[in-house]
Ligand binder design. Structure first.
Ligand code: PMP
Length: 456
């Protein structure tokens, strides 16, 4: 099909995730054609440096031939195996064992999903089943963070605390509650300890308000991604985990973005010795080469469910749970992180990424720079002293994204003037130089627009 007929067919028939449908019809699709390493090529032949790893998922970079080979070999051997009726396949079992080995010691059992949203949904179903099975059916209230993102399922989108995911979807549900996000830049705390103490106090207050006997779990991302890359101080995650234990509620770490080396260690929980009751993962698990996610659960939760239903099937299942091709891909991806040297590369180049972002703090548009590992953001403000943002009517994120594209760079420009970055763990030093050269030019281009300059 020609570019114009593809654009036309897309406009007519293909519904895109999280866009304004009328705006998409007017704008049309940006057709991507191929990719290699850290670069993607669009249908018009433009080469773009991808500083967002697709959708913070292609952690190993594009064009990893060994993954293609692993997928082909598995497709030839056994392209599908159901997990129903007690069937299973070697790659899925091997992957489950590896995940248990490499995640915090509390997590002993793995349920495979197709991505992050259904990993979160599975976590909620397991938690609900667990409390019913152990005779605590009143524990049905869920707490998450303002600006949190936990996917787009009918329940998970209510744990997500972003207005677009609630509007006209009849969310949040009555059993979904939020506490403030650990957002240092937009909070007035003297230091990190005060911010951590405030988060703990907010959780305690919310649990007291709802009644501990009615609260099932607290869900959080170790670093909030889709809410604007909000990086809590070191120690925050551990403090929240410990608070949950004291309060008698389950602690769920949603590591869909932070997992698989994105923040430095394989999992963000590892950095603080945090042992969650449940953990959700996806994205970097297969690096986007095939859909797959997982929820890992503690032995206590697993035993509660298993022993509570000794004679009946546990009615939770997907046709493609533990898909052997996705599992074979994930095994090769795991090899690339470790033996392939990608975690080591990210550890070596993390400071370069951090310095590059921090250096842009002197740019007239940049109010904040925050990062951990290969996950980072710049927040743009109209006034650095008051931290006042830009009027939404200025559509600064759209202007920035368009300027970046013209400069051969892709990253995420969030609606509230936050620019998110998640380069592949395979980035080279030279690619970081190119990223920051193109990013600075992009910010300068935006600043040169008279409407932007007038807003400062
Ligand atoms: N949880 C978190 C923390 C996420 O960032 C995402 C996706 N961005 C999800 C869940 C949902 O994952 P998916 O899009 O694969 O359904």
């Amino acid at each position: 099909m020609s570019i114009s007929s593809l654009t036309e067919a897309d406009r007519k028939h293909l519904i895109h995730p999280v866009v304004n449908y009328r705006a998409h019809e007017a704008r049309g699709v940006t057709l991507l054609e191929s990719a290699h390493g850290s670069f993607v090529r669009d249908a018009e032949g433009n080469e773009l440096l991808d500083a967002f790893a697709g959708l913070w998922c292609v952690n190993v970079g594009y064009g990893q031939e060994s993954i293609v080979e692993a997928a082909c070999a598995q497709m030839r051997k056994l392209p599908y195996a159901t997990g129903y009726f007690h069937f299973g396949s070697e790659p899925a079992i091997e992957l489950a064992a590896q995940l248990v080995e490499r995640t915090p010691a509390s997590l002993q059992h793995v349920y495979f999903t197709l991505g992050g949203s259904d990993a979160v949904d599975s976590a909620v179903r397991f938690i609900t089943h667990y409390f019913n099975a152990i005779g605590q059916p009143a524990k049905k209230q869920f707490i998450s963070l303002a600006r949190g993102y936990h996917g787009s399922s009918s329940f998970g989108a209510g744990l997500t605390a972003l207005p677009a995911f609630h509007r006209n979807f009849d969310l949040p549900l009555p059993q979904q509650h939020y506490i403030a996000s650990p957002y240092a830049y937009r909070s007035n705390f003297d230091d990190d300890a005060a911010l951590i103490a405030a988060s703990v106090a907010a959780l305690e207050a919310k649990v007291a308000e709802l009644g501990a006997a009615r609260v099932a779990a607290f869900f959080c991302e170790p670093i909030q991604g889709s809410g604007g890359v909000i990086v809590p101080p070191v120690g925050w995650l551990k403090a929240m985990r410990d608070a949950c234990r004291k309060l008698g509620i389950l602690f769920v770490a949603d590591e869909v973005i932070t997992g698989f080396g994105r923040t430095g260690p394989l999992f963000a929980c590892e950095a603080e010795g945090v042992e969650p009751d449940l953990m959700t993962v996806a994205k970097g698990l297969t690096s986007g080469y095939a859909p797959m996610g997982a929820v890992l659960i503690s032995d206590e939760v697993y035993r509660g469910i298993a022993d509570g239903s000794p004679d009946a099937a546990i009615g939770h299942g997907y046709t493609y749970s533990a898909h052997p091709v996705s599992a074979a891909i994930a095994l090769e991806v795991m090899r690339l992180y470790h033996e392939g040297g990608l975690l080591a590369n990210a550890a070596a180049l993390g400071p370069r990424f951090a310095q590059g972002l921090d250096a842009l703090l002197e740019h007239p548009l940049v109010g904040d720079s925050r990062h951990r590992g290969f996950l980072g953001a710049l927040e743009l403000v109209a006034d650095k002293d008051t931290k006042a943002g830009f009027d939404a009517a200025l559509k600064l994120p759209d202007r920035i994204a368009a300027a970046a594209y013209r400069n051969g760079l892709i990253f995420r420009a969030f609606g509230d003037n936050i620019l998110g970055f998640a380069p592949a763990l395979s980035y080279t030093a030279g690619e970081f130089d190119l990223l920051f050269e193109r990013l600075r030019r992009t910010l300068d281009d935006a600043l040169a627009e008279p409407e932007v300059r007038a807003a400062l």
